[in-house]
Design a binder for this molecule. Structure first.
Ligand SMILES: C[S@@+](CC[C@H](N)C(=O)[O-])C[C@H]1O[C@@H](n2cnc3c(N)ncnc32)[C@H](O)[C@@H]1O
Length: 340
């Protein structure tokens, strides 16, 4: 089943006849494979690790699939399709990236849900693109095109980074965040409450859904000997976490994971401000899966501590998998839960 943006691309697939096509930020479906009926070759770049995994097994000599915030090479394409991101601030980055991979006079296509920011694409395109043309309007989505008319600046991550200092209970840390990543410009209130109530830790610690690495950096500030593993599903978050670690002279193992699936072995502690929606699964499913998986990955006397919006249904599921529910701290918006 194709997503709505993918369906509108597929019904315009004659645009890609015999072309080398790059899809950026593609959806969780098989569109890239379907396009091979027309396109000469398709390369697909996922910024979401789950989307990458959905397509990875379909790779062939004509279909390349990558995960990351950019391609691992400087290949140029006849046309690039950008799927308009949920986070509007990420769109200019993806458009710049698309331009860097277009041949001279190559064609950019931008598709997105009507209710998202794609409607304002004609005003958002930088000067190296011609004015945008609306090509199609269907399935609650819009499809625009525009030709590359000048060369675009190379992507430098620092141009897309916001840097700020944080005074945490663990000490001063520097946060580097990238466009589109959680708490882009300031510390999240939930994360703040969690940092105020971190236990003292040792050994192997998992920061699940690390975002820009705020919790990772605070953990390492408090205890530089910790073996911290920082996972996230989002490529921009992982890149931001690496920048934060570098800015603080810290080291952690940073890698993509969908849920706790890619985290191997057991941990002395799991600390998180976990995600509460992904557009597909309900909040309850995500919470239940995360609690169940983390209970299975925690060592016998391990510490588990998370912060969540107080309206989210964590209590029952925590009681189910950890036997008791401890609320370590709370305010009018958030609760910090722990297993002991
Ligand atoms: C509430 S944010 C917390 C970010 C960071 N730890 C902080 O406190 O600022 C949750 C993070 O989980 C990530 N995420 C969402 N779904 C995920 C999944 N299925 N697996 C791993 N990470 C996920 C998001 O990309 C986001 O960075």
């Amino acid at each position: 089943m194709l997503s709505n943006p993918s369906q509108i691309i597929l019904r315009n697939s004659e645009l890609f006849e015999s072309k080398n096509v790059l899809l950026i930020n593609f959806e969780s479906d098989q569109l890239a494979k379907d396009l091979l009926a027309n396109a000469a070759n398709v390369t697909a770049l996922a910024l979401d690790f789950n989307h990458y995994q959905q397509l990875e097994s379909q790779q062939s000599s004509r279909l390349q699939v990558h995960f990351g915030h950019q391609l691992p090479n400087e290949q140029l394409f006849d046309c690039v399709v950008v799927f308009y991101p949920k986070s509007k601030s990420l769109a200019p980055y993806l458009i710049n990236l698309a331009a860097c991979h277009l041949k001279q006079a190559g064609e950019l296509y931008i598709v997105g849900e009507n209710k998202g920011g794609v409607r304002s694409i004609p005003k958002q395109l930088p000067a190296y693109f011609d004015s945008a043309t609306k090509l199609d309007n269907a399935r609650h989505c819009l499809l625009f095109s525009s030709e590359l008319i000048a060369s675009a600046p190379a992507i430098k991550l620092q141009d897309w980074t916001s840097q700020y200092s944080l005074n945490t209970p663990q000490g001063d840390i520097t946060i580097c965040n990238l466009v589109g990543v959680f708490s882009e410009k300031r510390l999240d209130e939930g994360t703040k409450l969690l940092l105020e109530h971190l236990p003292s830790l040792q050994g192997r610690v998992l920061d699940f859904g690390c975002g820009a690495g705020v919790i990772t950096a605070a953990l390492l500030k408090a205890c530089p000997q910790l073996e911290v593993e920082s996972v996230d599903i989002n490529a921009m978050a992982l890149a931001a976490c690496e920048l934060t670690l570098a800015a603080n002279g810290m080291q952690a193992k940073v890698y993509p994971s969908d849920g706790l699936n890619q985290a191997q072995g057991t941990f002395d502690a799991i600390i998180s401000n976990p995600p509460f929606h992904d557009g597909l699964n309900s909040t309850t499913n995500i919470a239940a899966q995360f609690v169940q998986d983390s209970a299975a990955k925690l060592k016998a006397h391990g510490q588990w501590r998370i912060v969540a919006n107080r309206h989210l249904p964590y209590s029952d599921v925590i009681a189910q998998y950890f036997n008791s529910v401890n609320v370590t701290a709370e305010n009018n918006r958030y609760k910090v839960y722990s297993n002991r």
